[in-house]
Every structure is written in C-alpha cells, then in structure tokens.
Ligand binder design. Sequence first.
Ligand SMILES: Cc1cc2nc3c(=O)[nH]c(=O)nc-3n(C[C@H](O)[C@H](O)[C@H](O)COP(=O)(O)OP(=O)(O)OC[C@H]3O[C@@H](n4cnc5c(N)ncnc54)[C@H](O)[C@@H]3O)c2cc1C
Length: 395
Amino acid sequence: MAAANCARWLREDGGEGSILLVGREPDPPYNRPPLSKGYLQGKESREDTLFRPDEWWDEQNIELLRRTSVMKLDTAERVATLSTKDEIEFGNALVATGANVKRLRVDGCDLDGIHYLRALANSDAIRAEAATRKRAVMIGGSYIGCEVAASLTAAHGVDCTIVMMEDVTFESFFGDEVGRFFQNVLEEHGVTVHGGQELDHFEGDGERVTRVVTKDGLELECDFVVVGIGVTPDVTLARAAGLEIGEAGGVRCSAGLESSVPGIFAAGDICEYDSPIHGAPMRIEHWDVAFNQGKTAALNMLDRGIEHDVVPYFFSDLADWASMEYVGPGSGEPVVRGSMEQHDFTAFYVDDGRVKAALTVGRSDDLEHARRFITEHTQVDPPALADPSTDLGSL
Ligand SMILES: Cc1cc2nc3c(=O)[nH]c(=O)nc-3n(C[C@H](O)[C@H](O)[C@H](O)COP(=O)(O)OP(=O)(O)OC[C@H]3O[C@@H](n4cnc5c(N)ncnc54)[C@H](O)[C@@H]3O)c2cc1C
C-alpha cells in the first residue's frame, strides 16, 4: 500500500523519472482490510480490492514487477539486486516491505486447516473452508480474530469461537470498558468468546486439526482455525542494507520519513518515524498510515521537505454489526460521550488532562475534534467532554 501510493504521488506531483515498483506477491498492489471483511464475506471482488485497475500502471508509466523480490539494496552504489538477477540503478528508494504474521510454534501447529491471514490467497483459503466446514476457532481477540469471526458468522453461518489471552476483546488497545462493548456485540450475534485462555496445543486426526486445547484444559472441537496474534515488521532487506533499526523494530526514519541513509525512505508497517505530533518515535500498523506515508515519502523524494504530521487513523468493522474508527495512538482513562447501548458513542482517552486518542462508533464527526485535541495538546475537562450537550468545537 505504501509503495503503491508513493509511486502514484511521484507521478501526481510531477515526478518525471522512471519508477519501478517491485513486489514479491502474485497480485498487483491491493488493499488488505477487505480480506477479513467484505472480500472474506463474498461482498467484494478481487478487482474491488485492487489499489488501481491493471491498466493504470502502464498509463502512469510505472513499471510493476510482481512475483519478484528485492534481494539486496546497495545503498552506496545505489543498486537494487532482484530475484531475477537484474541489477537496477536508482536515485531514490522507498523500502515498504510491510509485516509478517507471527506464527504459533506449539504441538500440532503444522496440521492442515490452521490458517493465518495476510494475503489474498489466505483469505481465499479461509473462504473455501467456510464453504464446506461449520466450526471455526479464532486464536486471538484483536482485529483479525474478531473481524474474521464476525465475517464468517454473518456471511457464511460458521459457528465461531474466539480464544484469547486477554480477558475481553481488544482490551490491550481500548481497555476493558470499550473492549467489552465489542465482545458483547460479537456474543449477541452468536460468537463464543473465551478470555484469559492461553493456547497449549492443537490436536488432529493425523492430517487436519480437530481440536484446540488451552493451558487451562479448555478443549474446543473445530473444523478449522484462524490465527491472528499480531505481526512483526519485515525489516530483513532494510537491515541487510545497513539502515538503522529502531527500538520498536522498524526502520528508523526522520519526520520526513528518510532513513539513516539519505535518499532512502521507509513507509508503512516498517516505518519508525519521529512523529512531530507525538514528539516521539512511532511505528504504526494501519492501512491509512501506510497510504499517507507513501505520499509523504513521494513528496520528499521530490524535495518538498515536509514532515509527516498526519494523526494516525484506523478503522475496523465487525460485519455490519458495528464499525469503529480510531485516532491516536495513545492511552489514558476513557471518557465516554454518547450511548454504548445505542451504538453511538466516542471514547476519548485522556491522560494528564489531554486527549491522547479517541475511538468512535457511529460518531465520526467527533474524530475531527479529537484530531484537533491531539495535535494542539488541548487541556480538556472530562465532564464537559462526556456531556453530549457540550459543543466540542468550543473546547
Ligand atoms: C486481513 C487484514 C485486515 C486489515 N484490516 C485493516 C483495517 O481494517 N484497518 C487498517 O487500518 N489496517 C488494516 N490492516 C493493516 C494494513 O493492511 C497494513 O497496515 C498495510 O497493508 C501496511 O502496508 P505496507 O505497504 O506497509 O505493507 P504491505 O501491505 O504488507 O506491503 C508490503 C509488501 O512488500 C512485499 N515485500 C516484502 N519484502 C519484499 C522484498 N524483499 N522484495 C519485494 N517485495 C517484498 C510483501 O510481500 C508485501 O506485498 C489489515 C491487514 C490485514 C492483513
């Protein structure tokens, strides 16, 4: 996503040099969010997920190489070596290698029917399971686990169970109260949730997974499993190229997204940049961040000298049961405005009298104010924030 939007903005902002986008996947750049939502539900087609239609790349004079890896980046000689053995000279480069899913290493982890979700083919494989099998267990109670459980239940009638270490879904991101709201939504629609449970092992019939067993001895019969336990930034190429790696495991970048080597930029899931908004290094795994950082990197390749000062934004849907939007990241005491019961609320996360983040269900307009509070470090009065009669614009 970051690389595609970077290529787009290089052209859109007048870049006339040659542009080569190298990706190891078989598909052209596409949006991953539908893979656990509309695409998994069968509501969106493969074409719908694409960043741009196939002909667009030629029209823009952007060369696109699929099924091709960059094996080496020589930052001194400015040469990229590809898996095809071609050596490509470049002036500027963007490294946007994304993230890899974390994998479980427990007994039975190699059984058939255990899925991870990152690429289109993974979503296809899960959908194929849902067409013929009826009971699924999700390992992990965060975005992937919850979104997939909702999609499989709503669109395919699969009987879904979530097993997670947290006590309530999304707890580590949004805290107990808001996390419980989403867990209630899932449970009201028939998803079973087991919190405070650590996976011990999988059991099978010799070939396929048939049972999930937790350390507490909970045993869940299943026909397939989807694991969503997080990702790690893929900095293999960047590290080998000698780019500085930060404490959050990403490529250490300036506020303009330039790495430790001038002219080499990073964006998206691997980018650990000096956030002018947060006043600290940040690495964020959101679609919107990858998209916007691709643009910032492009403009800076064109010597615009800008800082990446966009407040990170995130969205997620649990089928059509509930949608959330979030700006942040940051933690604090949630101050809730509106009604959770009516699916119409915003939780502002307040720390030391300042809004650090906000999550909304059904009140998108509140996020505009939250962005302003975050960027301007506004001192807010929690009771006024919670009072629906307060005009947020006046704060
Ligand atoms: C199922 C799913 C649902 C999601 N839903 C949401 C959501 O609702 N909201 C949200 O904000 N975010 C969501 N995300 C996260 C979002 O999609 C990512 O943050 C975003 O894709 C990151 O973009 P990126 O460009 O950094 O990396 P990626 O999109 O991962 O792209 C990196 C690409 O680089 C390739 N690559 C790696 N190394 C090399 C190499 N050496 N040579 C060539 N190619 C290489 C990879 O194969 C990959 O194709 C979701 C992610 C998934 C998987």
